[in-house]
Design a protein around this ligand. Structure first.
Ligand SMILES: [Zn+2]
Length: 496
């Protein structure tokens, strides 16, 4: 079909631009010197404009709309591609250009304003930016879907098919069952491993251990590599080029280990997607939530298991004999699962983490419903912190100012973090019907787990929706009870 051919041509050109942006992005996040920033943003600015022109060209809009009008004549994969293309096109072209430009400038500026506000514990200097971001975000969501709750539009942006209805149900389960359980655990959890955890660990040796983990996870080195960066992330242009980073903190060795395993989870997903989708819109993982389910599965279910440290503690000891003197694999298992009420989300443990997300969801929901003003946010944040975790931030830097997301215009993103962990638990209970996970970990055969996930989740890329993936894998709809069950089983055994 001629129209499809035209669609492919445009898409390939867009992909070529994005390929270059990706490579430059990788470079700027890992190797590029500080002062390369100015020249790079000038060059990228020129290319971004060109790309935007192609994406919103009359021809592009015509091709997409025409295909969309004849949707029923297209095969399944092309249908999904066209729906995706139409959705992202509609999101852009319904916004008046000058408003879009204004918003992009606001976002750029707000990054710096937020950084300073966080550094100086000065929420007031940032709240006007935040208010404008909220107003724009709402307005844009309403341009796209005038009859829909704008928060639902945003939630669907970050996790297709999710709305406040599903998330309300999810967080109600957590509130009812998990919050009291966490309180019980927090009462008895004492950190006996503080000295060990915060001892000094040579970054070079940490890197050696992370390199060892690449082989433990059976990551394909011919299609990927590991570097370091301030904020760990996974990057890819295709399944044949998937890279990730970790970071080395001298006094917190777990940071490098679990960031590496987490990112290896994301990276393995990307590596195992079928290359047949490379030139389509169905490449890459299907959603934030499903992606996070894979990284959390490897990080927490595999990496924080007893079997994992029974198998790999010897290697750790070999690299860090002084720090781990007198400790057993079981000590390591307990140390990596230490639970504590803490103020900062990114430092939170597996058990308390979802409560940090629940708080953000509650707040975003009120923000988008217009039930809370930016003036009231710090107080609301602190009150909820006290309610869920029993602690209260002493300053806004440890409270409402701690995350970068809102200043980047990302409202509706947070819930996918908790959702990912919950998906992961549901997938886990299906997996263990087929596989003896502990045995596999002990035999150092994680390729079997990779294969299981590849056949059921990874290889499909974005050709299935998150809902379809979850239902096809587990045989049922999303159900939060598995997540609560998983956490209660694990942490009762550890602490109660
Ligand atoms: Zn992640």
């Amino acid at each position: 079909m001629q129209l499809e051919q035209k669609f492919r041509e445009i898409l390939k050109k867009i992909k070529a631009y994005n390929y270059v942006f990706s490579i430059v992005g990788w470079d700027s996040n890992t190797e590029a010197p500080r002062e390369s920033f100015k020249r790079r943003s000038e060059m990228m600015g020129i290319l971004s404009k060109e790309l935007f022109a192609i994406e919103t060209a009359k021809e592009t809009i015509e091709v997409v709309n025409e295909l969309y009008d004849n949707l029923s004549e297209l095969d399944d994969h092309l249908q999904r591609e066209v729906k995706k293309a139409k959705k992202s096109l509609d999101k852009i072209i319904n916004i008046p250009e000058e408003e879009y430009v204004e918003f992009m400038q606001l976002i750029q500026m707000s990054q710096l304003v937020w950084e300073d506000a966080k550094k100086n514990n000065d929420y007031n200097s940032y709240k006007e930016n935040l208010k404008q971001i909220i107003d724009f975000t709402k307005k844009f969501a309403l341009y796209y879907a005038p009859d829909q709750d704008p928060y639902n539009t945003l939630l669907d942006d970050f996790e297709e098919g999710m709305s406040t209805k599903e998330y309300d149900e999810f967080f109600t389960v957590l509130k009812k069952d998990l919050v009291p359980f966490v309180k019980k655990v927090l009462k008895v959890a004492k950190n006996d491993y503080k000295k060990f955890i915060n001892d000094s660990y040579d970054p070079k040796k940490q890197e050696e251990f992370c390199d060892y983990l690449i082989d433990v996870m059976k990551f394909n080195r011919n299609r990927g590599l590991m570097k370091k960066s301030v904020h760990p992330f996974t990057w890819n242009t295709s399944p044949e080029d998937v890279r990730f980073t970790t970071r080395y903190l001298e006094n917190y060795v777990f940071s490098s280990i679990f960031a590496a395993i987490h990112e290896l989870g994301h990276a393995t997903y990307e590596q195992q997607i079928s290359t047949e989708f490379d030139d389509t819109l169905l490449n890459g993982g299907t959603s934030m939530g499903i992606h996070e389910s894979q990284s959390r599965f490897y990080e927490n279910t595999v990496g924080r298991s007893e079997a994992f440290w029974e198998t790999h503690f010897d290697k750790f000891k070999e690299l860090f004999p002084e720090q781990s003197v007198g400790l057993t694999a079981n000590d390591m298992y307990r140390a990596v699962n230490f639970v504590e009420a803490s103020l900062i989300r990114v430092e939170a443990d597996e058990l308390t983490y979802p409560l940090h997300i629940m708080l953000r969801y509650d707040i975003e929901r009120k923000i988008m419903a217009g039930e809370v003003s930016v003036d009231e946010l710090p107080e609301l944040w602190n009150d909820l912190m006290e309610q869920y975790l029993g602690i209260r931030p002493e300053n806004d830097s440890d409270g409402v100012l701690q995350d970068v997301h809102w200043s980047g215009g990302m409202i509706g993103y947070f819930p996918t973090y908790a959702l990912g962990s919950a998906y992961s638990a549901q997938i886990y209970y299906t997996m263990i019907k087929d596989l003896d996970l502990d045995e596999i970990i002990k035999n150092n055969e994680l390729e079997k787990v990779n294969e299981w996930l590849k056949e059921r989740i990874h290889k499909f890329g974005s050709s299935k929706t998150p809902k379809e993936i979850l239902e096809d894998v587990t045989g049922e709809e999303f159900n939060a009870k598995y997540y609560v069950q998983f956490l209660m089983e694990k942490y009762s055994k550890l602490y109660l």
